[in-house]
Design a protein. Sequence first.
Length: 267
Amino acid sequence: MEPWNKPREGEAPASHHEGLIEEARREPRPPVTYSSHSLGSVDSVLLRLINMGFEIFVIGIWFAFLPAQQQLLNAAIKREFITPFAARKISHLTVGLWVVPLAVFVRRWYLVAIPITMILAANVPANSQRGNLGRLQKRLFPLVGFLLPEILILYFWHQQRSDLVVLAVLAMTVGDTAAAYVGIHFGKRRIPWTGKTVEGGIANFISTLVVLAGVGHVFYRMPFGLFPLPAALVAILEAVLPGEWDNPLAVVVLLVLLGYPLWFSSP
């Protein structure tokens, strides 16, 4: 009788198989590696989540700042440190200045849409109540005071041109504040249908041009020749339009005039 472990014809002996198995056991196994593409994808997702979380944090600071500022201003009015008009201008100026940290730290347009929408939406009823609007004007005002600025601001933000938004908002904010201060304290020649002053309009032009040149030319390297026309047109609008219309239209005009040669004409 043949032994049970005798190899069949054409089959390697059992000792040969055992040798191969033992050799495979002794052979070092290659380490498990991950491709750089997969690791890079994970890192990219984590980095985007961290950046988004930081942007949300900045917007959260903005949300906390607004009520704190309003409480301080209300307390100052109550103690007669400032007038309600001055408090409104201070609030207007500080909220406008907040566009700078938003532009620096918040890149995603759909996140910046949260504070921008809240500001513009809150201004519509406030300005509507301030002005004596007719029926047609009440229907048009949300378009001019909310929709047009909202679309332009978010469009330029989406196109990574938040620099234009910074210029428009800062110029409008500083120009309006300067016009109000100069008009109240030094204005003599009044415009009959608005009650505003020529001196306030001149102050608006000078301050708007200074902001556009100082920020746009120095920080954003834009040509100085781009700024006189928008500054002059905004100053004219500030003088001839009622107070509820001038600020939103100033932002729209500035964004259109600044953005047309810098963005729309690009290939």
